[in-house]
Ligand binder design. Structure first.
Ligand code: SAH
Ligand code: SF4
Ligand code: F3S
Length: 473
């Protein structure tokens, strides 16, 4: 088979990262190998996101720029997948006639058929069919040539929650969970290929398996915890309304379950939470955070917040700031509310002005920055176990410019904080510990969004490399 090249541009959330790996895996079966530049590709796929207007614009502006490439190379195949494809379907061909295929979020496993057809007949294809009643299709385990310490594993697709601002239920379809055996098999394969950490993905992992009568999410975690040589388990996202005591209890129980939870609150005002259709109150949310901390004292908590949701007054915004102070988050992702055509909030009255949204966002981010800094500062002097995750890119080029400089590597604590550190020692050993190893580091410095550490000398060693601890499965 002649090697053909595929370039994939992934925009959006971790689900899309996972889906892009699925796309690469499926198309590898047709002989497509990945390339890092669109100019050298025979097939370009843009995996898109439409969560906010800006994400959608990013997809269209990248696609627009591909017109020039297509003119130069007439047999180039251009495909758009993901959430914008699902949302706009055939209209995309009217807007960008040089696109060959528009495929939705549930059409990925049909891609090889379509691409082969386009290769042979140069036709245009639109496939945005949703198989909502069907089982989630089997995943392909796409393995990479270089070892990766951490990978995403989608355990469920879709969402049934219909938060008033959100497009996801419309572009990802109904909530469907994968069979536990299939998930376990996939993780085992990843681990056999050097992966040490998995992040389980779902829009609301707490409702895993409920519809289908499979095991619960807590039971799934217990099974995954038993996979030999897997070192760490993370998951995202947990909806506050469904976070239950079973799951909270596991943080104190499962050795591999990282002490970290992303628990999006969206707003601290009960009035806004109701308008958003979130189905919890700030009191219930705060109660769940307290339970988490009572169970697992060092658990890190992060959140998503939307500022400027329709109807949000100064008092509502103050309530959000007050909640941020009360929780003392380890980190926050804050977004300005963005109208999405299919989400109900598009028709809500009392829209907040763009300047008001900007102002609120700045105030909120400044408050959180101070909290994050203080939290990071409190870790200085402590010893943290990190899972190493490769060299930092910036440092690779710096190192080639100055070979005497030690390389800078990076990793994450059990609580999901980024720690950068210098790798001393000869190159072979350095390479060996830079990816997928548990390493004890002393935190020396706190920065705005990361920590700086020094690997500990004299810890248990593997292959004679100081500071590396082997992990009993
Ligand atoms: N399922 C996850 C969220 C996925 S979307 C959950 O329920 O937490 C990621 C985040 O994008 C959301 O948490 C929300 O904060 C933000 N978001 C979603 N729709 C948005 C919109 N229309 N405008 C601004 N932010 C939005
Ligand atoms: Fe969107 Fe709400 Fe579903 Fe999250 S839970 S994906 S915010 S509808
Ligand atoms: Fe974006 Fe779709 Fe994810 S809209 S956030 S890529 S589910």
């Amino acid at each position: 088979m002649i090697a053909k090249r595929i370039y994939i541009n992934t925009i959006g959330c971790q689900m899309n990262v996972y889906d892009s790996e699925q796309i690469a895996g499926h198309l590898a079966l047709l002989g497509y190998q990945q390339t890092a530049s669109p100019e050298t590709a025979d097939l370009i796929i843009v995996n898109t996101c439409t969560i906010r207007e800006k994400a959608e614009q990013k997809a269209y502006s990248f696609l627009g720029r591909l017109a020039r490439l297509k003119r130069k190379k007439s047999n180039l195949i251009i495909g758009i997948g993901g959430c914008v494809a699902q949302q706009d379907g055939e209209r995309i061909l009217g807007r960008l006639p040089f696109v060959d295929i528009v495929f939705g979020t549930q059409a990925i496993h049909r891609l090889p058929i379509w691409i082969r057809q386009i290769e042979e007949k140069r036709c245009q294809v639109v496939d945005i069919k949703m198989d909502d009643d069907a089982r989630a299709p089997e995943s392909i385990v796409g393995l990479h040539s270089e070892t990766q310490s951490s990978r995403f594993v989608t355990i469920m697709r879709g969402c049934d929650n219909y938060c008033a601002y959100c497009v996801v239920p419309f572009v990802r379809g109904r909530e469907t969970s994968r069979q536990p055996d299939s998930i376990i098999k996939e993780i085992r394969t990843l681990v056999a290929n050097g992966v040490k950490e998995v992040t389980l993905l779902g829009q609301n992992v707490n409702s895993y398996g409920k519809k289908e009568g499979l095991c619960s999410f807590a039971e799934l975690l217990v099974r995954i915890n038993g996979i030999e040589r897997l070192m760490r388990i993370r998951f995202t996202t947990s909806h506050p309304k469904d976070l239950n005591d079973d799951l909270i209890g596991l943080f104190n129980h499962l050795k591999k379950l990282c002490h970290y939870i992303h628990l999006p609150v969206q707003s601290g005002s009960n009035k806004i939470l109701k308008l958003m259709n979130r189905n919890y109150t700030r009191e219930l949310y705060l109660d769940k955070v307290s339970k988490l901390r009572d169970t697992c004292s060092d658990i890190a908590v992060t959140s998503d917040i939307i500022v400027g949701f329709p109807g949000e007054t100064d008092a509502d915004f103050e309530a959000t700031l007050d909640l941020i102070k009360a929780v003392h988050y380890d980190g926050l992702f804050a977004f300005k509310y963005s109208d999405r055509p299919r989400a109900p909030a598009v028709d809500y009255p009392d829209k907040v002005s763009e300047s008001q949204k900007n102002e609120r966002l700045q105030i909120l981010l400044a408050m959180q920055d101070a909290i994050t800094r203080a939290k990071n500062q409190a870790l200085v002097g402590s010893i943290q176990e990190i899972l190493t995750d490769g060299f930092s890119k910036k440092e690779i080029s710096a190192k080639s410019a100055n070979a005497s400089q030690p390389a800078q590597a990076t990793g994450r604590t059990f609580t999901n904080k980024i720690v950068n550190f210098y790798l001393d020692g000869d190159a072979e050993n350095s390479g060996d510990i830079a990816t997928g190893k548990l390493l004890n580091v002393r935190i020396e410095k706190a920065l705005a969004h990361s920590l700086w550490g020094k690997p500990l000398v004299g810890a248990t060693t593997a292959k004679g490399v100081k500071g590396v601890e082997s992990y009993a499965a």
